[in-house]
Design a protein around this ligand. Structure first.
Ligand SMILES: NC(=O)c1ccc[n+]([C@@H]2O[C@H](COP(=O)([O-])OP(=O)(O)OC[C@H]3O[C@@H](n4cnc5c(N)ncnc54)[C@H](OP(=O)(O)O)[C@@H]3O)[C@@H](O)[C@H]2O)c1
Length: 429
């Protein structure tokens, strides 16, 4: 049996998952890869930290050079997180002819082009299955099993933290702050939850999915982004009255030769399969022009699920006999597609207003909608409190530019106190 040495950079949540999988599934991994794989070095910040696992003496190091300059180490597994020094270490490993596996969505979304170019030039592989939707084999699904298709649409719940918060708000009537605190207490959300809650994390993942599905390199700045911090219990309650639930969706879809790329809270019909993806689970719906609709569902994060994706990448590299082939090293050569401006999106819209309790308000608002080509599908008026009435409107399909024009005019009406929220509604065929 051929022996092979690999190194981990990082022994946190995912690093420990990878370590456990090698301990527990040694026989399967050896049989499937054809190699006796040994983790001989692990880079950490602090060697003396209590980790609850038995690591042989001499394996932990704080010196990256012990890994980069060791010719016996053939694969480097980056599990540090963040862009620096992760990117620098990955580039050095590649330049030292080592294959690289990572679960780092941020570094792949922001620096993937440079890293993949370097891998191609140096004749090594760079795999990153764990960077999107943790344990769900979505990247290999797209790059290997769906290569016969033109991908037309991807709609995904790709962030477990926000899905957990929205689930608690919806099923247990929790307020946003309480649900966020619970997510932090259970270890789903970071102490600083900005990347999850404000949807940066989902944007990174959508950039990676788009690049593999549509063959273009996406600048994350071109992806429309809106987080969930504006979603209130009232919106969740009214969504239910209209037959919807609210999910943070990452959407990439063809629209007359252009591409819509957006991440935002979305109302979707309660009966849709994505509406029933709860807690920290992820799901991704893909529409291919030959295969039709496919849905991938599973644990989108966590030590073992993400470790599962990372170890499978290591095995893929070994199975490829470490020759340059297949996923992630395919260059994005498709003609660059126009990314549709947000003003051109078309969907239904939910709007919640606080208006004065007086006659004629609805007429004023309706005439503005009419003038801007927006028609109303449903309207609910809620009880008045101290002279303020809540008005909830769901439009028919409308162009977002027309909605924004209307909203700007409605905001200036004397009879309108506030436009409390605007949420897109997707029918999801
Ligand atoms: N957690 C998940 O469920 C999940 C899911 C999918 C993808 N990911 C991605 O996987 C990666 C790792 O996430 P994680 O949750 O495992 O992170 P983590 O728990 O914070 O672990 C990070 C590890 O990296 C080490 N480290 C960080 N910076 C270092 C540096 N400059 N030099 C040496 N060691 C350093 C830390 O060492 P010490 O232990 O000594 O502090 C720690 O062991 C991230 O890119 C993340 O986005 C995570």
């Amino acid at each position: 049996m051929n022996k092979i040495e690999i190194a981990l950079l990082g022994l946190g949540n995912v690093g420990k998952g990878v370590w456990h999988i090698f301990q527990n599934n040694k026989e399967e991994i050896t049989r499937r890869s054809g190699y006796d794989i040994e983790i001989t070095k692990i880079l950490v910040n602090d060697i003396s930290k209590e980790r609850g696992i038995d690591i042989p003496v001499g394996v932990l190091t704080t010196d990256i050079e012990e890994i980069l300059s060791n010719d016996n180490i053939k694969i480097v597994v980056e599990l540090l997180g963040g862009v620096h020094p992760a990117k620098d270490y990955m580039l050095s490993a590649i330049e030292n002819s080592k294959h690289v596996v990572t679960a780092n969505k941020q570094v792949i979304a922001l620096e993937g082009t440079e890293l993949l170019d370097a891998a191609r030039k140096n004749g090594v592989l760079l795999y990153y299955e764990g960077s999107v939707a943790g344990g769900i084999p979505i990247l290999k699904g797209i790059e290997e099993s769906l290569t016969a298709n033109k991908i037309q649409e991807i709609v995904g719940i790709v962030n477990g933290t926000t899905n957990y918060i929205l689930t608690k708000m919806s099923l247990e009537n929790m307020d946003f702050d309480v649900a966020l605190k619970q997510a932090q207490d259970k270890g789903f959300a970071e102490a600083d939850p900005t990347s999850d809650v404000e949807a940066y994390d989902a944007v990174y993942k959508l950039a990676i999915l788009t690049s593999l599905s549509f063959g273009i390199n996406v600048d994350v700045k071109d992806i429309y982004r809106e987080g969930i911090s504006n979603i209130s219990s009232l919106d969740i309650k009214y969504a239910k009255e209209f037959g919807y639930t609210i999910k943070l969706l990452a959407i990439a879809k063809e629209n007359n030769g252009s591409l819509e790329l957006r991440v935002h809270p979305t109302m979707i019909p309660i009966a849709h399969p994505l509406a029933n993806v709860n807690d920290s689970f992820n799901a991704i719906l893909i529409k291919g022009n030959a295969v039709g609709d496919l849905m991938f569902y599973g644990q989108g994060a966590g030590s073992l699920p993400t470790g599962s994706a990372v170890v499978s990448d290591i095995i893929s590299i070994l199975r490829n006999d470490m020759t340059l082939r297949s996923i992630s090293t395919v260059e994005n050569k498709a003609a660059s597609k126009l990314i549709l401006n947000q003003q051109a999106y078309k969907s239904q819209y939910y709007l919640r207003f606080s208006v004065k309790d007086m006659s004629g308000v609805l007429g004023e608002i309706s005439s503005i909608w009419g003038k801007n080509n927006v028609s109303i599908s449903s309207i609910i008026q809620k009880d008045e409190k101290q002279g303020i009435v809540t008005l909830i409107i769901v439009t028919h399909d409308a162009i977002e530019g027309d909605i924004n024009k209307s909203v700007a005019e409605i905001e200036h009406l004397d009879s309108v106190y506030n436009i409390d929220n605007l949420i897109r509604v997707e029918k999801l065929n």
